[in-house]
Write a protein that binds this ligand. Structure first.
Ligand code: HPA
Length: 240
């Protein structure tokens, strides 16, 4: 059953899957977060690893950047490998003044300029939203976490943009006014794939930069620690 983009054998990918953007991040998650993780696919250098987390089988595979590559992997994982839940774990640029660099943003829904919100139902836009059960479990874990080192957790809409580089500051201002927490490039595509295949998805993000104030870059060490807390919240969402 290998697919055009995944070479794992049937049963080699767990029903619960963590999905960072970066393939090297996926390999690090496999080494440091999962137990006994094994490489089960590496088409195009994008490793998929399966191990366990707190005794439950869990896989990790990167989405690449943007909705198009994420949609290829998420479709094949849900449709061909029987994956039940995918949790994207990544970074976003802060839009709202309520969020600061280092905070955790849990995407309860995703606005988007991508055609995934409109292409299947002309004349309207789909509401692309997280799985309620995963969201609840992740928010509960985040609110009871004692290792967020001063960072806050926010739950709300994010903006999945098809363009990383865009001069349309007017759009960001409008989204800010409408309570959008941050901008990234994948959540809406993941939520659409979950709808399409009647499966579940969630997005847990660390704020890596802020569009309004350009403040406070994180050191590489801090990025790693911060990423660890987001990962624990994401895994709690998967285990819901
Ligand atoms: N734009 C899009 N994606 C991002 C950003 C951003 O500013 N920061 C982190 N991911």
């Amino acid at each position: 059953m290998p697919t055009p983009h995944i070479s794992a054998q049937p049963g080699e990918i767990a029903p619960l899957l963590l999905m960072p953007g970066d393939p090297r991040r996926a390999a690090r998650i496999a080494e440091t977060f999962l137990t006994d993780a094994k490489l089960v696919s590496e088409v195009r250098g994008n490793g998929c690893f399966t191990g366990t987390y707190q005794g439950t089988p869990m896989s990790v595979m990167a989405s690449g950047m943007g909705i198009p590559t994420l949609s290829i992997y998420a479709t094949e994982l849900y449709r061909d490998y029987g994956v039940q839940r995918i949790c994207r774990v990544g970074t976003c640029g802060g839009i709202s003044s309520k969020v600061r660099v280092r905070d955790v943003v849990i995407g309860s829904s995703a606005h988007t300029n991508s055609p995934v919100a409109t292409i299947d139902a002309p004349g309207l836009t789909l509401s692309l939203a997280a799985s309620f059960d995963m969201l609840r479990a992740a928010v509960d874990a985040a609110r009871s976490a004692d290792d967020l080192a001063g960072a806050s957790v926010h739950v709300g809409p994010v903006y999945s943009s098809d363009l990383f580089y865009s001069g349309r500051t007017d759009i960001i201002r409008a989204l800010d006014r409408l309570g959008t927490l941050g901008v990234e490039m994948e959540a809406a595509g993941l939520y659409k794939c979950a709808l399409e295949h009647d499966r579940e998805a969630l997005t847990v993000l660390t704020v890596s930069d802020h569009l309004k104030d350009g403040s406070g870059d994180m050191s590489p060490e801090e990025r790693e620690t911060r990423f660890g807390s987001a990962l624990a919240i994401a895994a709690a969402g998967l285990l819901a």
